[in-house]
Design a binder for this molecule. Structure first.
Ligand code: AMP
Length: 385
């Protein structure tokens, strides 16, 4: 199948050629025609499956027919759980919007940055990509009007619809018109998505891309049995011995992320951290540097586990395990994306052993663990060198 058989206009086909998308990914094959027909969609697909372009492309085409009552109105609202994802999704809109023969301005709004600056960019916006908190701030000051929204997208819908965002989501939905197209995308199909499906979606096309196993197959996984004291030395050993050009390391706390960065920097390994205590300005700049290959080691909390697309990231390390097995899959899914192989390494303390068994069972994949004795030998050989 080719993009040209999906009823996309010539100028978009040209733009797709320019970004080297040779043919549509499975989610795109199914979602694009249905979104063009204004159907509701429930797309169950991993990040890395091309789900962003699967809604961005047809939404841009559909925008041709929307006429907005005033410059405060938007046509398309995309809700995402994190600031980084908001920037990334808006960038994909911008990438293709440039090719459109009519105006389709897209803007990302999210917390942690000066609201005044965001306000200035809000005129004549067609596509608003937002995190819920900041959107509510903008709604409460009448800075934006959602009453003409004809398409609502929930990216990482399972996260958007779980309890953490419930109040904010309920409030935002009251600003939207009843009649609209709803597009929900989620990497995992959990029971609460099933529940809201009937509330939000009308006769939806359900697209389930069974990619999870293939994608996990692309990821070479290993684990190391370690003590807490061995984690730092083992990390430095692996980064050096495996000549890691780039690695994303996950910790479970802000404090630990900072400690890891500090230790790496003391050992002259270029590293920085992204977590909730960094300013948004720093978070954006650091992620950009990492994506461009200018930063070697990025240490992050689960803030970065979902949705973030880093091309050709060869390594992910779980310095600490996440509590939820789902987050484990999200984390390691930052590598092995879009057909490029990757390696995911997990550090397992004695305390983690049971939890790691649960994770493997849920993931339906057994991971070889390098024993504590072997780890001690590795580290001793390093000292001897
Ligand atoms: P996503 O799942 O939307 O985060 O996309 C994952 C990656 O796949 C992004 O880097 C996209 O640029 C890339 N991508 C999406 N669709 C295609 C396609 N049809 N051909 C090649 N690359 C694509």
């Amino acid at each position: 199948m080719s993009f040209s058989s999906l009823d996309l206009p010539k100028y978009l086909l040209k733009a797709l050629e320019n970004v080297n998308y040779a043919q549509p990914y499975p989610i795109q094959e199914q979602a694009i025609p249905a979104i063009l027909e204004r159907k509701d969609i429930l797309g169950i697909a991993q990040t890395g499956s091309g789900k962003t372009a699967s809604y961005v492309l047809p939404i841009l085409v559909n925008l041709e027919s929307s006429v907005l009552p005033s410059d405060k109105h938007v046509s398309v609202l995309v809700l995402v759980p994190t600031r980084e994802l908001a920037i990334q999704v808006a960038d994909v809109f911008k990438l293709f919007a440039d090719a459109m023969p009519y105006r389709c301005k897209s803007v990302a709004v999210y917390g942690g940055v000066n609201v005044e600056i965001q306000l200035q960019s809000l005129r004549d916006v067609s596509v608003l990509v937002a995190t819920p908190g900041r959107l509510i701030d903008l709604l409460s000051t009448n800075s934006i009007d959602l009453s003409a929204v004809d398409t609502l997208v929930l990216d990482e819908a399972d996260k958007m619809l779980n309890l953490g965002f419930k109040d904010e989501m309920d409030e935002i939905l009251t600003y939207l018109p009843e009649k609209r197209q709803n597009l929900l995308f989620s990497a995992t199909l959990s029971p609460h998505i099933e529940n809201v499906r009937s509330l939000l979606l009308k006769d939806p096309l359900v697209i389930q891309i069974e990619q999870q196993e293939d994608q996990i197959e692309l990821i070479n996984q290993s684990a190391y049995a370690v003590s807490n004291e061995q984690k730092g030395p083992l990390l430095r050993y692996l980064i050096t011995e495996k000549k890691m050009k780039q690695v994303l390391i996950f910790t479970s706390s802000v404090h630990q992320a900072n400690v890891v960065v500090q230790k790496l920097n003391q050992n002259r390994i270029d590293a920085d951290a992204i977590h909730s205590k960094r300013t948004q300005r720093d978070r954006t700049a650091i992620l950009k540097d990492f994506k461009k290959g200018r930063l070697r080691v990025l240490v992050a909390t689960d803030l970065l586990a979902r949705g973030i697309d880093i091309q050709f990231l060869p390594y992910v390390i779980n310095y600490e395990l996440p509590r939820s097995p789902k987050d484990f899959v999200h984390r390691i899914g930052r590598t092995g994306r879009a057909e490029n192989p990757g390696e995911a390494i997990s550090f397992i303390t004695e305390h983690d052993e049971h939890h790691f068994k649960v994770i493997q069972k849920k993931m339906k994949k057994f991971v070889d663990t390098i024993s504590a004795e072997e780890v001690s030998l590795l580290l001793a050989s390093k000292v001897a060198k």
